[in-house]
Design a protein around this ligand. Sequence first.
Ligand SMILES: *Cc1c(COP(=O)(O)O)cnc(C)c1O
Length: 412
Amino acid sequence: MNTADLVKIAEGANGPVYVYDAEKIKRQYERLTSAFSGVGKLRLHYATKALNNISILKYIQGLGAGLDTVSIQEVRLGIQAGFDPATIIFTPNGVSLNEIEEVAKLGVQINIDNLSILEQFGSKYPDIPVCIRINPHVMAGGNSNISVGHIDSKFGISIHQIPHLLRITENTNMRINGIHMHTGSDILDIDVFLHATEILFETAKNFRNLEFIDFGSGFKVPYKQGDIETNIEELGEKLTAKFNAFCSEYGRQLTLAFEPGKFLVSQAGYFLTKVNVVKQTTSTVFAQVDSGFNHLIRPMLYGSHHEIENISNPNGRERFYSVVGYICETDTFGSNRKIAEISEGDFLAFHNAGAYCNTMASNYNSRYRPAEVLWINNEAHLIRARENFEDILRNQIELDASILSGKATVEA
Ligand SMILES: *Cc1c(COP(=O)(O)O)cnc(C)c1O
């Protein structure tokens, strides 16, 4: 898809809209499968929380993926989208035993990341195979906000607690069929990541009935020019060799699993907004768009960089702008960005808007959440309607004036 296609969608959208390019999702999926083509059995569990539109899920299911889920609602979405429950893995953190039981009853692979629930679940259901999430305590990324493998992380069962873990699995006689780790969202250094996989292999030797090892995700994609990207091809080559060697030693061909979210969908997404006001102050030129952190919160939440392009004037002379929203709150998308000259009414496209953008949207300021469009076979298809005023009021209960004024209590 090109800039003119995006402008056309923006013009027809009547408000902010997310656009996803199916071809790009497919290309990323194929990059990953071909990097690991040397593995006998490979499974990619797409991380639903990155982008959960049902049409996207169906599309990714069609590519041959399984699903990674973190809530029973995501599991239900996946089943609704056509995923076989056996291809869904449930990797929650801190959810109740009750929710895990409900998901297990749907036939979904359970992944447990704490000893308390492991013991309770194992005592109650020794026959349901369980995967365990290990924390190898390896910092795979540079940003401590999103690396979840370090010592004080709340995620996973610490490798230092393996003896305790083994006592639980022996006492309950439960079956461990998978070992899992997910060390964070940024694999900058492949050797650090491979070091974590070594720890996982060591741990795996404690269990005789394994069917798979799941290495989570953390594949880094570029958000701006010059960004380091995980070298998938190099990782594929090195990890394949290690994995195959481990399987020979273990005595059985296991499935190698990953849970890519960002890698599959980030670059496929564009968020299209319209410039309401160009505001020149004594120091800055602001471009104010018809959006805010209610639609795209990553820049404000994590300081994430999203490239911003003026698709209405792509070849215009570049000037410096601060792109901000219309929310009554701090909502700077980007400061001092070099962007082709902006006029009021122009459409700005935010890049890398496929992952963790619309799924984090809210109704703050009583604004509607955006529409979503899938670009496939050179055509735009609406896959989520923009919200309307009824959506804002949905589930709100308007109490009777007599209660609110306190007069009703007299009669009661
Ligand atoms: C969020 C998450 C992922 C996906 O991470 P990305 O960085 O988007 O690829 C994978 N596995 C688990 C357990 C997660 O929580």
